[in-house]
Design a protein around this ligand. Structure first.
Ligand code: CP3
Length: 338
């Protein structure tokens, strides 16, 4: 079994596995070339482009896992939600979801809706080296709901939080629908050959632990439960979620994602029995190499406190990152003693 899957399962590794969130993307010249003239959501529906872009960082860096080139809003788009991804902005929609009548837009996917995903994943798996597993992913219900309710990226998530507290019944119905859509997206990827999954709750750190517990946790748990019997390790990731990391682990995850705020040994204490992933601050990839090297060593040392350690950044690769630096990070992690 690959070092990545072994680390996720808390089994011994001969090398610390490493991959990067957003490893395929604007920091790579070959990505910019492949995407030229193709809108993001069109690219996600083209299996030839998905295969090429997913494989680019595997070829360039020798990372231990690939992550499907897609987006958290792809399954919403696939069921007809009028959503787009604006370059440099993120997901936007002209008709936000804010009332009970608006829920009709969130229908469950038919198999045909997700056929381009199924085809793309099969193509990726057939093209990857056999020892490099593919990670499938989905957006967690809260992060997706925030885009749907706000109509785009939001700093304060104020409409989302207001709806959550003012109309809890509508809130729970909305999140249950989004959870079903994300679950189907994940199951499709696993059935087509993805060997691990990651649930991204990027904006959950905007919430208090109490609100996370009451309004979000049951819906994220439902998504993770949908793949519980499929024998794939589940990674649960959020940014700014240190205060409720234990709850995120309890939602049903073998691996807990950690941003740059909390050292991995403390993360391991908060999520007992789980493997840990993350922690290198993506902004520090612009610092001098000696700084980066010290950070890598610190993270390797602190990662030993957990049952398993997957090296990663604390959030996605920034577009301004020099790919040469990422290549050096991979080599340095691979030469470290596990
Ligand atoms: O390499 C990978 O990590 C796999 C592909 C991937 C993308 N988006 C491709 C993408 C993954 C896993 C995502 C997840 C995603 N999408 C999240 C969760 C992870 C995170 O970063 O917090 C979120 C919040 C989104 C929503 C979204 N889509 C944002 C915020 C953006 C960036 C907007 C921008 O242009 O800066 C997107 C667009 C997007 N998704 C791009 C990529 C490569 C950029 C598209 C482009 O090249 O213009």
């Amino acid at each position: 079994m690959s070092n990545f899957l072994r680390a996720c399962r808390g089994e011994p590794v001969d090398r610390i596995p490493v991959w990067f969130m957003r490893q395929a993307g604007r920091s790579l010249p070959e990505y910019r070339k492949a995407r030229a003239g193709v809108p993001m959501l069109d690219a996600c529906r083209r299996p030839d482009l998905v295969v090429e872009i997913t494989l680019q960082p595997v070829r360039r860096y020798g990372v231990d896992a690939a992550i499907l080139f897609s987006d958290i809003v792809v399954p919403l788009h696939a069921v007809g939600v009028p959503i787009d991804i604006k370059p440099g902005v993120g997901p936007v929609l002209d008709t936000p979801v804010r009332s009970r009548a608006d829920l009709a837009a969130l229908r469950r996917p038919e198999p045909d809706d997700l056929a381009p995903i199924d085809q793309a994943v099969r193509g990726v798996v057939a093209s990857l080296p056999p020892d490099v597993p593919l990670i499938g992913f989905a957006g967690a219900p809260f992060t997706l709901a925030s885009y749907l309710i706000e109509g785009g990226p939001s700093r304060h998530h104020e409409r989302t939080k207001a709806l959550m507290h003012s109309d809890p019944e509508l809130w729970h119905d909305l999140l249950a629908r989004v959870a079903d859509i994300s679950a189907d997206f994940l199951v499709t990827q696993v059935q087509a050959g993805a060997r691990a999954v990651q649930l991204f709750d990027s904006w959950a750190g905007a919430l208090s632990a109490a609100d996370y517990h009451q309004f979000v946790l049951p819906h994220s748990a439902a998504v993770l439960a949908a793949v519980a019997d499929l024998d794939v390790p589940r990674i649960h990731f959020g940014v700014g979620t240190s205060e409720f990391l234990g709850m995120m682990a309890d939602a049903g995850a073998e691996v807990i994602g950690v941003d740059w705020r909390l050292p991995l040994d403390q993360a391991a204490e908060r999520a007992p029995g789980r493997a840990v992933q993350g922690n290198l601050d993506p902004a520090l990839l612009r610092a001098d190499w000696t700084v980066i090297e010290q950070q890598i060593q610190r993270i390797v040392d602190e990662g030993r406190a957990a049952s398993g350690h997957v090296f990663n950044l604390g959030h996605g690769v920034l577009p301004s990152t020099d790919p040469e630096v990422l290549a050096r990070v991979v080599d340095t992690v691979h030469s470290a003693t596990p």
